[in-house]
Design a protein around this ligand. Structure first.
Ligand SMILES: Nc1nc2c(ncn2[C@@H]2O[C@H](COP(=O)(O)OP(=O)(O)OP(=O)(O)O)[C@@H](O)[C@H]2O)c(=O)[nH]1
Ligand SMILES: [Mg+2]
Length: 396
């Protein structure tokens, strides 16, 4: 994985389809089962985010260190973490317990996978008819995530808070040590400024812990509702879900996986941005593929590749930049064209990029060059999406 690793976690009740989604978007597959708790420990894999590759500007093929590039579309690795199913009481150890929640520490964003068809109970048992409401399911899982944070914060809080208040250190900085289990860094915790949190930690109680948990999943690690199994819904029902659950997306992990397999087997062909069914399929396979294509053509449905791009661009506000050593040929010092594509937060400056490339380069930063315009840029210049940047540093 590149220096700037982006991780997305998948959470939801058992049988919501997390492992099916993981298998559809990652290079490796995760075990899928129609019984609860098929997945028993967190599993991480690599998926890709597609961006326009600047190699088309200089007309030379690129040589990616990570990922690949096809027809000018560069695929950048993104880590996906498949988490075991969550049930009510998970935060206090029910089901698979709460150790696995700790894999969320490494996730920058979390997809909350819910069963949009409502055909599974709260513990994930698959039912022949609708038995659950997506709204309630989303609330329940959120409550578990919040409870997990509250429980972790409660542990040894009084002693911690007393000491922190006496230390004279800014409240956020003390808190940073306490919340390492959720993987916050100093620049993230500074975003608490302006939020209505009491500065004396000793006065914090469950309501502040809850506010803090809500803030984390809103401002730091966006928790995005994704309704799976939308293939089981009629078109009108799909629209009703999107209307009722603001900010949600609808997918079918099963159809995505089936389409991938059909593409690999040559049963399905993809040209000119549309699908074509091969002549070599039998009638049953043709019917299945027709349903899948029809489903994907419904514009209320989000394709899983678009979902990953949206998470990174719009929810995590990240941009792609390409550091190079040679401003004319856009190569590294070994002649590889555009070898690195970094996903960095929007607002990243030239010197911050230099530190990501190497701490020595960051520490000895002199200036940088925007290789598309050949303009010199200073250390505090904020980079733009798609920039190709040469860093000039004073090295011994
Ligand atoms: N119809 C339909 N079924 C799906 C879809 N995604 C998953 N399933 C089925 O739902 C069941 C559960 O899928 P998994 O991916 O194992 O679910 P999970 O969320 O990983 O479950 P746990 O590991 O137990 O937490 C399997 O029988 C899948 O085939 C979908 O998009 N549509
Ligand atoms: Mg699973």
């Amino acid at each position: 994985m590149p220096a700037t690793r982006v991780s997305i976690g998948l959470v939801g009740k058992p049988n919501a389809g997390k492992s099916t989604l993981f298998s559809a978007i990652c290079e490796k597959e995760s075990e899928i089962g129609n019984y609860p708790f098929t997945t028993t420990s967190a599993n991480s894999g690599i998926s890709y985010m597609e961006v326009q590759c600047p190699h088309t500007i200089i007309g030379k093929e690129c040589n990616p260190n990570f990922g690949f590039c096809v027809n000018g579309r560069r695929s950048i690795p993104v880590e996906i973490i498949d988490v075991p199913g969550l049930i009510e009481g998970a935060s206090s150890g029910k089901g698979m317990g709460n150790q696995f929640l700790e894999s969320l520490r490494d996730s920058m964003a979390v997809l909350q996978i819910f069963d949009s068809s409502g055909t599974s109970s709260a513990d994930g048992t698959i039912m022949p008819e609708k038995v659950s409401s997506p709204d309630r399911e989303i609330e329940q899982i959120r409550k578990e995530l919040y409870n997990w944070i509250i429980e972790k914060m409660r542990d040894g809080w009084e002693r911690f808070a007393r000491r922190a208040d006496q230390s004279g250190e800014p409240m956020e900085m003390s808190l940073l040590r306490k919340v390492s289990f959720i993987g916050l860094n100093a620049s993230q915790i500074k975003k608490m400024a302006g939020m209505p949190f009491p500065s004396r930690l000793e006065t914090w109680s469950d309501s502040e812990f809850l506010l803090f948990a809500e803030w984390i999943f809103r401002a730091i690690k966006p928790l995005i509702p994704v309704g799976n199994k939308a293939d089981l819904l009629k078109p009108g029902e799909r629209r009703e879900i999107i209307r009722r659950i603001p900010g949600s997306y609808l997918i079918s992990a099963e159809y995505e996986l089936a389409a991938n397999r059909a593409l690999k087997n040559g049963y399905l062909l993809h040209d000119n941005n549309s699908y074509r069914i091969s002549e070599k399929v039998n009638n049953r396979q043709r019917d299945a593929l027709v349903s899948i294509i029809e489903f994907f053509n419904d514009n209320i449905i989000t394709r899983t590749s678009a979902l990953i791009n949206t998470m990174i661009r719009e929810k995590l506000h990240m941009i792609t930049v390409f550091p190079v050593a040679d401003e004319t040929h856009w190569t590294d010092k070994n002649g590889n064209v555009l070898p690195d594509a970094y996903l960095v937060p929007a607002g990243t400056t030239a010197v911050e990029l230099a530190f990501l490339v190497h701490t020595d380069i960051g520490a000895n930063f002199i200036r940088a060059m925007d290789c598309k315009t050949k303009r010199i840029i200073g250390r505090d210049h904020e980079l733009n999406n798609g920039d190709v940047i040469k860093i000039i540093a004073k090295l011994p």
